[in-house]
Design a protein around this ligand. Sequence first.
Ligand code: ADP
Ligand code: MG
Length: 667
Amino acid sequence: MSALKALKGVGDKTLTSLHEEALFSCEDIVTRWPKRYESRFFFTDDRLPADAYVYVALKATSEIKTARIRQKLQVLSFDAIGVSDRQWRIKVYNQTFLRRLVNPDVALVALAKQTGPNTLTAMRIWRAQSFSEGIVPVYGLKHLTDHQFTKLLKQCLAMIQMRHDPLPEELVRKYRLLDFQTVLTWAHEPPDDAALVQVKRRLKYQELFDYQMRVRWQRHTHRQLQGSAKTIDTVRLRELVESLPFTLTDSQKKTLREIYTDLASPRVMHRLLQGDTGSGKTVVAFVSMAMVIWSGQQVAFMAPTELLARQHFDTLSAWAESAGFKVALLSGATPSKARKALLQQLASGTLDGLIGTHALFSKDVIYHNLGLVITDEQHRFGVAQRHALQKKGMRPDVLYLSATPIPRTLGMTLFGDMDLSTLASRPGQSDKVTTKLVTMQDRPTVREAMRNALKAGEQIYVVAPLIDDAEDQSQKGVITLYETLCRRYKEAKIGLVHGRLPAEDKATTLEAFRRGALDILVATSVIEVGIHAPLASLMIIYHAERFGYAQLHQLRGRVGRAQTKGLCLLIHPQDQAAVERLEVMTRVHDGFVLSEYDFKQRGFGDLVGLMQSGHLRFEHADHVEDFNIMKCALEDAEAIVEAYHKTGRYQGFIERTKNQLARYARQ
Ligand code: ADP
Ligand code: MG
């Protein structure tokens, strides 16, 4: 039975509504914070503004009359007297329930504006006794009206003495935050605007602190997790590294040493390897794979899409063969017979590595001895998959690969539960992609670059932010660009991809481009992460000023990957601000530096977009504006988890964090 049933006015129906709002206890109710506040103060002049709605006190002097203007439009009207006994005719549209409310002599409040010499048009009308003047919280729940909710809230507020402040006392003192009891009262019944400022400050900090506690605690538990320590054959490892067609860069070596240490330790690895596209993450992943396989365990390599899985498979299987182990590709396209055989080999342990999409962790996939999971673009390997694995009783090491350059400080707050390795530079490519700014009017430059590339048998990307043309014709969308190019380059094979096309068509076109079967690929930024077309040498980006630096950098990372030298043309309007901003791209070739610029200029909205990260939606805090609070919260949470670890203090806060994590895991 729910504790809420004891409240006055809660029957089965209300109870269901409460549950649908995820409200199960008085504590849940009092911590359901208002979405916003309305300032409701009476307008006391007898002349009302014509351009704004204001609150006015009225007394009805007639019954209500209804007139139907057309279907679904009814006007209700009645007479009333207002301030200074002024006579008004009040009009309201469609709110037929008012017929019960409005009678002569009833005191009312209207949110209204003046629409005629003696006419007020009301947006809302209340009985005076159910209207409260002041700053009024708006909860905006789906299943309960604010009126219903407030009634229950009042009971809960009167009953509940929060046993614990969810923030440690010293933090409340350190930042001079409101104590919890006061927050509860003031948030739901704010005495004035100044109180709300205090409430907001406390709720922001609280939210970020809770978030950081979850992250820190997760990191802490990851570090405690005991998996299997791998026995790594260092002689073979050295041989493998020496047999590679190139020398590893210093940062690749350093990263491999870090991974080696993790694998050799019984602690479960949870490492994020960050590096620009082309920085050589795949090789690192491959060597890590070899270490684990030689120690007698299996490796799963998960890519975000089928296309990328196939691409990784092509690279890895060639290398694997020379390293003496066997990997296979599991994809949606694998015929069921082949799939069955494959799964059998996997279960018996004759297959060493499996590459594929998240299907690698579906129910029927059983590993003999899974020792390492590598995932490309870390954000896609969610909590759900980790749980699925743990349910199978496995605690493999996990290596996340990410091409999104995230500024260090931000990385710490976002991925604080992982260890970080970073690949610094792009290897084997001393001359970076040349980047040039081109104005929209300068068509000859664009055409010449395109002709040169086509003549040399190299491939071209043409990217623009929009699918359709802008309504005011100021921007061409990719569809128009595609049509224009088809007319101009009749002999070229041209493909088009954008977000509205079915996933299958997109995949087919991308695959064709990757194989070299298409010369030009016109696309929105959907091509950002992932595909390598080794022959692509030219990247043309229209309306480059619309993209963030990190995004532009990822785009240009698509060209000049193998033998070809890359050229990137950033096309922009003749506009000083755009030129100044884009000019940075011609000088700076380090994705991390660029992402720092992005972060400073535009906050990390862009980066979050790149990562498609849904887990950073805060109710009170703004992850850009309140980034400094986030940093404080990070340090505080870290100190608390550490203190708990050493002395057992803060047990209650740790329990609270665990409960929150459990709640998230269930969602
Ligand atoms: P990422 O996965 O980070 O995008 P890749 O691993 O695909 O990058 O590497 C990009 C290209 O650079 C590949 O062709 C790869 O073989 C090559 N490469 C990787 N490491 C080195 C190195 N140390 N020296 C020269 N070339 C390298
Ligand atoms: Mg890669």
